[in-house]
Design a protein around this ligand. Structure first.
Ligand SMILES: Nc1nc2c(ncn2[C@@H]2O[C@H](COP(=O)(O)OP(=O)(O)OP(=O)(O)O)[C@@H](O)[C@H]2O)c(=O)[nH]1
Ligand SMILES: [Mg+2]
Length: 293
């Protein structure tokens, strides 16, 4: 039996959460085209007869502009310290910049062995792959590089096999039959946040938090979920609600559909939009909304 922890790190929007979902085979982390989608360290657990891989998803590296971002960067740093292996996820279709090289070098050659998942190869010219790997090598980065596509499942099995071989011999780290360390309630609020990330422009999603007031399974099996969507400004609130509540109705209905799939049961969802000015800089509110170290 081989088992261990794999810290999945990289720039914001690189494709970390998507890759983990594909490796685990279930959606454990929400995904969106906006940077800073992931806010917490989330474990995605893949258990097979002879091995267990515990992936630790992390908030992507991004220039911090508020306390919440600072905290997210700390979460990523801490998560990268306590693992058996680091999988650095690089967005291949964005090229390799000096910034990328500097960031990879922060982890390359440290105490923890690492490899690079060079992802999104489905949306880039294949001839760039070798060239980029050469750039990495020319800059002294000589670790294994796996060109993959999470969207098309390219090279995913190969990457999995490689990671298993890198894990120490030992019993399962997590004994239960679970795919994530997070609660159902956490996933419900993440699903709500994902639909908002997908629906609205850049500014609003980053200032959103979800606070669940009720999460109850009724006798007939239906879930009664009541939550607050927290935003930062009164004008954001009106955009989220939309004309005659149209925008909110739409995101809530997408969210409800996903919640039902996730819970395997009908959901009765009620949502309220609340304004908490500048909450991302207010430690008490950051804690209230569950972003705590
Ligand atoms: N074409 C293509 N798109 C991908 C692939 N992997 C991820 N994406 C897209 O890239 C965007 C970002 O993906 P995420 O998985 O949220 O990225 P992340 O690194 O977790 O981002 P943060 O949580 O913000 O740090 C989403 O729009 C994904 O659909 C891939 O293999 N191919
Ligand atoms: Mg993510």
């Amino acid at each position: 039996m081989r088992s261990g922890f794999i810290g999945v790190i990289g720039k914001a929007n690189a494709g970390k959460s998507t890759l983990i979902n594909v490796l685990v085979g279930e959606k454990v982390a929400i995904v969106s085209p906006k940077p800073q989608t992931t806010r917490d360290a989330i474990m995605g657990i893949l258990t097979k007869e002879n091995y267990q891989l515990v992936f630790v998803d992390t908030p992507g590296i991004y220039r911090a502009k508020n306390r919440l971002s600072d905290m997210m960067m700390k979460t990523a740093e801490t998560a990268a310290k306590d693992v058996d292996f680091i999988l650095f996820v690089h967005d291949g279709h964005a090229g390799v910049s000096e910034d990328d090289i500097a960031l990879i070098k922060k982890y390359h050659g440290g105490n923890i062995p690492m490899a690079i998942a060079y992802t999104k190869i489905d949306i880039m010219p294949k001839e760039n792959i070798l060239n980029d790997i050469k750039i990495l090598y020319d800059n002294g980065i000589e670790c294994d590089v796996f060109p993959v596509s999470a969207r098309k499942y390219t090279n995913i099995a190969k990457l999995e096999k490689f990671l298993v071989e890198k894990m120490p011999e030992g019993d399962k780290v997590i004994s239960e039959d679970i795919v994530s360390d997070k609660s159902e309630k956490f996933m419900i609020s993440e699903i709500m946040r994902e639909k908002i990330l997908l629906k609205f422009g850049q500014e609003i999603p980053h200032g959103i938090a979800i606070s669940i007031n009720t999460f109850e399974r009724k006798e007939n099996g239906v879930y009664d979920i009541n939550l607050d969507i927290i935003c930062e400004k009164p004008n954001h609130k009106s955009i989220i609600i939309g004309k005659q509540g149209k925008a909110l109705k739409e995101v809530a209905s997408f969210a409800r559909a996903d919640m039902e799939k996730f819970l395997g049961s009908k959901v009765f969802l009620t949502t309220y939009v609340k304004v908490k000015e500048d909450w991302r800089n207010r430690p008490n509110l950051i804690r209230d909304f569950g972003y705590d170290d």
